[in-house]
Design a protein around this ligand. Structure first.
Ligand code: UDX
Length: 479
């Protein structure tokens, strides 16, 4: 499908949002629905119930809904299970599969469905957004606000308005707003309850008023903690771009430091000290400068590709051409461990690639980062696949991601413990910076391993400690 592009008119300023808007349902506070209960929607639904709203989470996946209704979060996110159970018990939170029920229940409907990369290209696939919007719009029987949260290409909000115009009865005057999210997995509960900013795009005082009312819980919590939550009020195009720009900037920062780590390797410098030294400059900052095997996950890699595809369509491709380089640097990180492993194990690097047959390698970490069970586009699993394809006997351990990893990469051996993965290994590769690995005892592990060589793919170990325990230590971009 092609998304037409038209920039929306200037929004009403937040100052215009002074009137108290009565929720169309007649409830005291707006009743909220979250359409799509994947990682984003489920987290928001649970946290907004915690903030005191009546919430309905809706998904077409009946299994997911059954789990959530039974108090089970279908993914690993610290703190979310408890909030789910507490809010189900309090009666503020429900889950269902029916859009009619959503339409009947809600005043403000948040679109939280996935926007994956298309199979045959770099663009975002908006099929799920279209399905959610048209299903809901057709079922509405009173005025409501439909709010886009999913990460989308520029122009989507106006396109959603057109879909609503086609599928909802005109006399209902259903409106659309945009409110991008900035959740980090492993930190998502805090990010929803205590966001570092909110971005609102709406086109009438009514829409602004009810969107503010739908976030009053966030502002009230901040007030009790003597914090402020900055609100950026903008038009649809800006709200859509904020998310893409933020993720592009983060991806660029990571690839920048990874590029520096390549330079460090040929000059004998240490990228961790380099990052620390440049990061003391407040204009640069210390965060997102951790060199390693690169970024992964369900957002950054697909978002920078979708962004390039959309900007290219809009005729400004040159402006984001650097993101192609960001992606290339990131992909290169994944082969770095393979090359290093081949060299350290003294194996041949033939025309068909390296030959690691006859070696046993322990891989510590399968998730794309710690404190999650998410293995989507995980650099650790990409490296594991390369090691396996090169003929190594790979034994993987991850504190939370084993079940998901097994479905993506069934051909390697999964071990129940860290010790079992390391036992008999010629080489240990730490590919996700879980606390369990950072705090592991190198002396004890040294007694289990066959060869005391470690590749620290996330620069998360203390080299002095490992070297003192007799290990040959190799970080990323460290001399
Ligand atoms: C990201 C954005 O941070 C978030 O704002 C947005 O809403 C969704 O995408 P997330 O995918 O949860 O969140 O992961 P993030 O914590 O940003 O990490 C992304 C990847 O970058 C991970 O693989 C991580 O290991 C890697 N990373 C991060 C580095 O390699 N170095 C760093 O310094 C930071």
């Amino acid at each position: 499908m092609t998304i037409p592009y038209s920039s929306s008119p200037s929004p009403f300023s937040p100052a215009a949002v002074t009137e108290v808007v009565a929720p169309p349902s007649g409830a005291a506070k707006p009743r909220l629905t979250f359409l799509g209960t994947g990682y984003l929607g489920a987290t928001y639904a649970i946290c907004f119930a915690e903030l005191g709203y009546e919430v309905l989470g809706v998904d077409v996946d009946a299994d997911k809904i059954a789990k959530l209704s039974a108090g089970e979060v279908p993914f690993h996110e610290p703190g979310l299970d408890l909030l789910l159970r507490q809010n189900l018990a309090a009666g503020r939170l429900r889950f269902g599969t029916s859009y009619e029920q959503a339409a009947d229940f809600g005043d403000v409907h948040f679109i939280c469905v996935g926007t994956p990369q298309q199979n045959d290209g770099m663009s975002a696939d908006l099929t799920y957004v279209e399905r959610a919007v048209t299903s809901l719009a057709g079922a509405l029987t009173r005025k409501a606000l439909i709010v886009g949260k999913s990460t989308v290409p520029a122009g989507t909000a106006s396109w959603v308005q057109q879909l609503v115009g086609k599928h909802a009865a005109p006399e209902l005057e259903v409106e659309v707003a945009w409110n991008p999210e900035f959740l980090q997995e492993g930190h998502a509960v805090e990010d929803v309850l205590r966001p570092n900013r909110l971005v609102f795009a709406y086109e009438s005082p009514w829409a602004g008023g009810i969107l503010y009312a739908a976030h009053k819980g966030v502002f009230d919590l901040a007030a009790t903690e003597e914090r402020e939550v900055p609100v950026v009020s903008c038009n649809f195009a800006t709200a859509e771009l904020v998310k893409m720009a933020a993720n592009s900037f983060l991806a660029t920062k990571i690839s920048f430091i990874n590029a520096m780590s390549e330079v460090c390797e040929v000059t004998g410098a240490d990228v961790t000290l380099l990052a620390r030294a440049i990061g003391y400059d407040p204009r640069i900052g210390q965060r997102y400068l951790q060199a390693g095997i690169g970024f992964g996950g369900g957002c950054l890699p697909k978002d920078i590709r979708a962004f390039q595809a959309r900007v290219q369509e809009l005729g400004a491709g040159e402006s984001v051409r650097f993101l192609h380089e960001v992606d290339l640097i990131n992909q290169r990180r994944r082969t770095r461990v393979l090359k290093l492993a081949t060299q350290l194990l003294d194996r041949p690097f033939g025309p068909a690639g390296p030959d690691l047959s006859g070696t046993r390698i322990a891989v510590l970490g399968a998730t794309f980062k710690p404190n999650t069970d998410d293995v989507r586009d995980a650099p650790s699993l990409a490296v594991t696949t390369l090691l396996h394809k090169a003929g190594a006997d790979v034994h993987v351990y991850d504190p939370q991601g084993m079940d998901n990893a097994r479905t993506v990469l069934p051909d390697v051996t999964y071990e129940p413990t860290l010790d079992a993965a390391v036992a008999g290994a010629d080489l240990v590769c730490v590919l996700t910076e879980w606390g369990e690995f950072r705090n592991a005892d190198p002396t004890g592990l040294g007694q289990l391993a066959a060869g005391k060589i470690v590749i620290d793919g996330r620069n998360c170990l203390d080299p002095a400690l490992w070297i003192a325990a007799g290990w040959e230590y190799h970080g990323m971009g460290r001399s």
